[in-house]
Design a protein around this ligand. Structure first.
Ligand code: OGA
Ligand code: MN
Length: 281
């Protein structure tokens, strides 16, 4: 079957139809890659991905990361991170459990954050656990000029420790040492497309550099409220076999909580920035 792209919102998120992620010839892969750039989020339905196939598909976009939370990696494929509330022998097998996960950009707390992730649904709760994505390119482009002037050229502080406190997740001192706070421009230019996006998020951005505490808090609150308006947000209600890829330079995401008695298992790969992109901002 020939592949196609169906827009799931007027401005971003494309569903790829007629694609088996295990069998992409070079031409189809090139089209998928282009569609990812253009749509920022790609949705694939009805996939049947063993771990090896998820790794092979993801690797075509770039080298894959081994996540800092090594206790939650697949033992067979260390490129795969489990996102789950399932416990085995009293121990969680994945990150993020069943609680709400606030709006965040993956790894915004690193100097060279991942360029994207692919999240594949293996086990789903009967209700809850939807994932929401915000179009931070359009959120930036539609900002009032006065706000653009306030933030253009400014940086903000990003903190993984803040995210873990916000989500009540315990972090070891070694993990903390590996993830000191970093500063990034508030307006990020996409390394591949040149399009600008707001590069801040409620879950990890603590303050704007060079502004008073009060001014920083007021501006961040205004920006966060702006970004999550329904016109910028896509809600993904998961079905078995769904895979969603997000562009981590221009979309942030959050997740609804779900019943702790249900089990949810997602498998995630994380794509590293290309080596030639030594300065990704
Ligand atoms: C992630 C994440 C949300 C979800 O894997 O980075 O935020 O729906 N997951 O599990
Ligand atoms: Mn995430």
């Amino acid at each position: 079957m020939a592949f196609g792209i169906k827009k799931l919102t007027p401005h971003f998120v494309g569903e790829m139809t007629g694609v088996d992620m295990r069998k992409l010839d070079d031409a189809t892969f090139a089209a998928v890659k282009r569609a990812w750039r253009e749509n920022q989020i790609l949705v694939f339905r009805g996939q049947h991905l063993e771990e090896e196939a998820l790794v092979e598909f993801s690797q075509r976009f770039g080298a894959l990361e081994t996540h800092v939370r090594t206790e939650y990696l697949s033992t067979e494929h260390s490129e795969i991170l489990y996102v789950s509330n399932i416990k085995k022998g009293g121990r969680a097998i994945g990150i993020l459990s069943d609680h709400e996960v606030g709006w965040h950009y993956d790894q915004i707390y690193l100097t060279q954050p991942a360029v994207g992730s692919c999240l594949y649904a293996v086990k789903l709760p009967s209700a809850g656990g939807s994932t929401y994505f915000a179009d931070m390119s359009r959120a930036y482009e539609t900002l009032p000029a006065q706000m653009k002037n306030k933030i253009d050229g400014r940086k903000a502080v990003q903190s993984y420790d803040y995210f873990n406190q916000y989500n009540s997740v315990a972090t070891s001192s070694e993990q903390k040492k590996k993830t000191p706070d970093v500063e990034h421009p508030i307006v990020r230019t996409h390394p591949m497309t040149g399009r600008k996006a707001l590069y801040i998020c409620p879950g990890m951005t603590t303050r704007i550099v060079g502004l008073s505490e009060d001014e920083s808090r007021t501006i961040l609150k205004t920006l966060f409220d702006w970004c999550v308006q329904p016109e910028f947000v896509y809600r993904h209600d998961w079905q078995y076999g769904d895979a969603v890829m997000w562009d981590n330079a221009c979309t942030m995401h959050r997740r609804d909580p779900f019943d702790e008695k249900s089990e949810r298992l997602m498998k995630r790969t994380t794509i590293l920035p290309p080596a030639e992109l030594s300065v990704p901002f």
